[in-house]
Design a protein around this ligand. Structure first.
Ligand SMILES: [Fe+2]
Length: 286
């Protein structure tokens, strides 16, 4: 096709990817081309605006490294990461939420109940959870991968003052499908504010940089879809303005003071009551 014009360029560009050997990739790329063209037409994209967008993407790439993905952050703040989570969620299961950049495979396996408090400063709390199928039947074969930030808002990977593997673990649930983790209360934290996503896009929009406090969990069980999600603190001030759109009502838990002298002694609390967040996590069949 030699005479390219406004009427035929979209189809010509989309068709040019017809030879992609993978059928799914062909669908993805051709639909992307059509969506990009439609976007440019809808907003009447100018040459200067197109160049500015490319300069921005160059900056996003320049600051990215093996330990930092500014592209992931861009996806997060535009709601795309959460949209994909929602599209991939089974309605009969607990909703998924963003994985985030601080999951590392190979967390230490601990006995259940686990205690992650160690030398961490912060409010001592218990996360108590049950894992079940979509009908409410306990899943005793489930395993948990858990991680959270420390009292200074940082994850251990980016904070030399924390010991390796601080505040993260894997564990097996009990025969009743339950697990307990003694830990410190997670705190809110900000997305990186030294890169183009914040400086050129999110801050100028007058948005918040904060993520509400949360625990990260990956819950797996043979025969069930693995769930990647977060558990939020109902008292957090940033629940309604999560910069990465991760909050769902079903993922918000409220700490309640529970009388449990044995648990208090176990985790070094002097009184007889301990703040407990109780949650139920449901997995969907594969
Ligand atoms: Fe996080």
């Amino acid at each position: 096709m030699r005479n390219i014009d406004l009427a035929n360029i979209t189809e010509a560009a989309a068709q040019s990817f017809q030879g992609l050997p993978d059928a799914r990739q062909q669908v993805l790329v051709q639909a992307l081309v059509k969506s990009l063209h439609q976007y440019a037409k809808d907003v009447q994209l100018t040459h200067a605006e197109w160049r500015a967008a490319l300069v921005f993407l160059h900056k996003v790439g320049d600051i990215s490294s093996d330990s930092r993905s500014e592209f992931s952050l861009l996806s997060d703040v535009m709601g795309l990461s959460s949209l994909v989570d929602l599209l991939d969620s089974d309605p009969s299961a607990t909703p998924g939420s963003v994985l985030g950049p601080f999951h590392t495979v190979g967390s230490p396996w601990l006995d259940n109940p686990a205690n992650l408090i160690g030398a961490n400063e912060g409010q001592r709390v218990l996360l108590r959870a049950s894992v079940c199928d979509s009908a409410g039947q306990p899943l005793p074969t489930a395993t948990i991968d858990f991680w959270q930030n420390a009292g200074n808002g940082l994850y251990w990977q980016v904070d030399p003052s924390q010991p390796q593997d601080n505040l993260r673990c894997q564990l097996k649930v009990s025969a009743e499908g339950r697990f307990e983790i003694a830990t410190i209360r997670a705190v809110p934290y900000q997305i990186p504010t030294d890169g183009p996503v914040w400086l050129d896009l999110v801050q100028p929009a007058g948005r918040s940089a904060w993520r509400p406090a949360h625990f990260h969990v990956i819950v797996s069980a043979p025969g069930y879809r693995t769930l990647v999600t977060e558990l939020f603190d109902a008292e957090d001030p940033y629940l309604d303005s999560d910069v990465v759109f991760g909050v769902r009502d079903a993922l918000v838990g409220r700490y309640q003071e529970v009388i449990d002298p044995q648990a208090c002694a176990r985790i070094g609390l002097s009184g007889t009551t301990v703040p407990v967040m109780n949650v139920e996590i449901r997995l969907a069949h594969v």
